[in-house]
Design a protein. Structure first.
Length: 312
């Protein structure tokens, strides 16, 4: 009897079990799909509420708000008294000040007396600094607050007393001739001292806004044979030695033979018929105001011709 009753009871009321995945799938099947259409206003879709939503108890019931904390000592009006007394901070002790008898109320400057006492230096214990010459990184002449200070360029004099146009026009030794980059990637030979000064001058010009290839040389050192060829060409062009000497020096008397004379590119054609236009260019005006700092002096007849001859 019992076995039959138990069997009938189990057959009439079977036990079912659903996993969380099956419950979520069945819930999603009962809800309509939400679609989003671009550039169209969204419309509310009526979704059937689950049957257990209204009767389901709230999981997070309402709680009383938590009062905000107030910094001790800053109590708003109406706030209850603090549980402990709040004492105002005590001022720091001030050293005894001596009366200031300096004229005009002190303040330093002309007519003011020195301070009565100076604070003693504080030595950090346990730290010993080596005594000796400072390193280059600690030298105040090269660094300031960790940044290098650009030192001014000091040209090396060649003649005595120097200054102005070149007097000694002898050819230098071959070891003193170096090549610098000219206009159009050409290599122009010049004296090594003139090359160092020219590089410093071009760097300063670039910092002031003169772009490439301004101030690059078109001519530098010339041997006597090359100068003789240019002299013959000038005689044919200008017709007389007096007129040709104004633009080209005879062999043996040209400052280009020293390697310290340079013809610079100013932004126009270096020619005797273009002198007036070259004097109006920014590169020429910059050279007039800055070239002497680097040891270069002009030749008044040719705006493009500059000679390195710093004073002693």
């Amino acid at each position: 009897m019992n076995e039959e009753f138990e069997f009938e009871t189990f057959a009439e009321q079977p036990f079912t079990f659903e996993t969380e995945e099956e419950m979520e799938a069945s819930r999603r099947r009962r809800m309509p799909a939400r679609r989003y259409v671009q550039n169209r206003p969204r419309r509310r879709v009526a979704r059937p509420m689950p049957r257990y939503a209204r009767s389901f108890p709230p999981r997070f019931p309402l709680r009383p708000p938590i009062p905000q904390l107030v910094w001790p000592g800053l109590w708003p009006p109406g706030y209850p008294a603090p549980p402990y007394p709040v004492e105002p901070p005590k001022p720091a002790p001030q050293p005894d000040k001596q009366p200031d008898n300096r004229p005009f109320g002190g303040g330093g400057g002309f007519g003011s007396a020195p301070p009565a006492s100076l604070p003693e230096p504080i030595d950090s214990p346990g730290i010993e600094e080596p005594i000796g010459e400072p390193d280059s990184a600690d030298d105040a002449s090269e660094f300031f607050f960790g940044f290098p200070i650009p030192l001014p360029f000091i040209p090396t004099p060649v003649e005595n007393p120097g200054g102005g146009r070149i007097k000694d026009k002898r050819a230098p030794n071959k070891s003193d001739i170096v090549n610098v980059r000219g206009v159009g990637q050409n290599q122009v030979p010049v004296h090594r001292l003139a090359a160092d000064a020219w590089q410093a001058m071009v760097k300063a010009a670039r910092a002031d806004g003169l772009a490439e290839p301004l101030l690059h040389p078109t001519s530098g050192f010339r041997d006597p044979a090359r100068q003789a060829v240019l002299w013959q060409q000038a005689l044919k062009r200008y017709g007389s030695p007096e007129a040709a000497r104004k633009w080209v020096a005879p062999p043996g008397s040209s400052p280009h033979q020293s390697g310290r004379a340079m013809d610079l590119y100013l932004g126009g054609r270096n020619d005797s018929s273009n002198v007036a236009q070259l004097r109006t260019l920014p590169a020429y005006r910059w050279l007039v105001g800055n070239a002497r700092r680097f040891g270069f002096y002009p030749y008044e007849a040719e705006p493009w011709h500059w000679e390195y001859n710093p004073p002693v």
